[in-house]
Design a binder for this molecule. Structure first.
Ligand SMILES: O=C(O)COP(=O)(O)O
Ligand SMILES: [Mg+2]
Length: 227
């Protein structure tokens, strides 16, 4: 799967480290209800996560995966969503099984670690702090820290640069085609978890990663075997 010891292991957040869909869907429905619209529920909202909060709200307000135009009351929807989500950031979701152990063991084995997420820093940072994993992460690369978000390779390239390592020596672990496209364009190796938010992609194999990683908890042993 991976034939080298990565000099940086970077993780996607939503759908990879954190099962944030229950809290995001809750905030989406609260926003829709405030605007007098029908709620969409967890299952539909889950498939819309991964392209940033703006896109999630546009999708929820239009019911379309790739909305052509911005809904008229989009700014108000966004404001309501952000306000609700900030107040209820991590009440229904949590870390996926194996994440805490995996991050802890990677740090113990001296790997450099980062998060590269499309999530805004105002949510990503307190969320990871509250879930008790900040101490195992060397850097949190949130969506608004860079000029462009995944699937653009820029966040991955800038993060490698920050660590002073070549992208070819880095590993990305993600859950969606955004992560695979960004990793391929940046030159990172890429592993995908099968349990996250894949949007329109039906099976984990269809993501086209270098391999499927059933749990972050399995990563330290897998990297040890590979190198
Ligand atoms: O879309 C988001 O807000 C975050 O998604 P990501 O953590 O999977 O990049
Ligand atoms: Mg994700």
């Amino acid at each position: 799967m991976i034939g080298f010891r990565p000099e940086l292991v970077a993780f996607d957040l939503d759908g990879t480290l954190v099962d944030s869909a229950p809290d995001l869907a809750w905030a989406v429905d609260a926003m829709l209800e405030s605007l007098g619209r029908a709620p969409v529920g967890l299952e539909r909202a889950r498939g819309w996560i991964g392209n940033g909060a703006d896109m999630l709200i546009k999708r929820a307000m239009t019911g379309e995966m790739w909305p052509e135009s911005e809904p008229e009351d989009f700014r108000e929807g966004m404001r309501l969503f952000l306000e609700f989500h900030e107040a209820h950031l991590c009440e229904r979701g949590g870390l996926f099984p194996g994440v805490l152990e995996g991050l802890r063991d990677l740090k113990a084995a001296d790997y450099a670690t980062a998060v590269i997420t499309n999530k805004l820093a105002r949510f990503a940072e307190p969320l990871l702090e509250r879930l008790g994993v900040t101490e195992y992460l060397d850097f949190i690369g949130s969506g608004d820290l860079f000029e462009r978000i995944k699937p653009d390779p820029l966040p991955l390239l800038k993060t490698a640069e920050r660590f002073g390592v070549r992208p070819e020596r880095c590993l990305m672990v993600g859950d969606s085609s955004n992560d695979v496209r960004a990793a391929r364009a940046a030159g990172y190796a890429i592993l995908c978890v099968p349990y996250g938010y894949r949007g329109e992609v039906a099976t984990p194999e269809q993501l086209g990663a270098d391999g499927i990683l059933n749990s972050i908890g399995e990563l330290p042993a897998l990297l040890n075997r590979a190198t």
